[in-house]
Design a protein around this ligand. Structure first.
Ligand code: S3P
Length: 175
């Protein structure tokens, strides 16, 4: 089976859905941010602080090439991964790619529920966050929509809803 790569904006549920999908399929799950953190012994926030966004993007591309070589896995990427270099074409050449699509309002809710520190969102008020999501989502959608599949995600605020999304995704992928 080809690997499955989940892409989408921060807070779209890539890690949550990816982990459950891998569990249901009995295959390994990787999260690209965690993979980077493990390989570099640094958090993503530290890498941004030490090397800037450009430095992070280079590392992200290199680590994508490492992780995407693993066979038969579910890999969730960072929100920016598809939008730099030829990362999206590279992912499409190797795997089934899925765009987890959500409205800016749902993304903002998920981000508020989560605990991960995201350098690009640091220090924003609720209003600024929503505005930022709306603007950057517009810039990023042309990349995201290159994915082979799209899954519309609603608010994933309980386990049943996560399970439903995973089920819908399995039906689309035929796995
Ligand atoms: C980023 C998303 C983050 C992480 C980094 C940059 C982005 O991953 O890679 O903070 O540019 O959208 P998540 O989408 O898993 O939060």
């Amino acid at each position: 089976m080809k690997s499955i790569i989940l892409i989408g904006y921060m807070g779209s549920g890539k890690t949550t859905v990816g982990r459950q999908l891998a569990l249901a399929l009995g295959i390994s799950f990787y999260d690209l941010d965690w993979y980077i953190e493990m390989r570099y012994h640094r958090t993503v926030a530290q890498i941004f602080a030490e090397r800037g966004e450009q430095g992070f993007r280079e590392i992200e591309r290199n680590m994508l090439h490492e992780a995407a070589e693993f066979e038969n896995i579910v890999l969730s990427c960072g929100g920016g991964t598809p939008c730099f270099y030829d990362n999206m074409e590279y992912m499409n050449s190797l795997a089934e790619t899925v765009y987890l699509k959500a409205t800016p309002e749902v993304l903002a809710m998920h981000l508020k529920m989560g605990k991960v520190e995201r350098p690009l969102l640091k220090g924003k008020t609720e209003e600024e966050l929503l505005q930022y999501i709306k603007e950057s989502l517009k810039e990023r959608e042309p990349f995201y929509t290159k994915a082979k599949y799209t899954l519309d995600v609603t608010l994933l605020d309980n386990y049943d809803k996560i399970k439903t999304s995973v089920q819908l995704l399995r039906e689309q992928l035929g796995v």
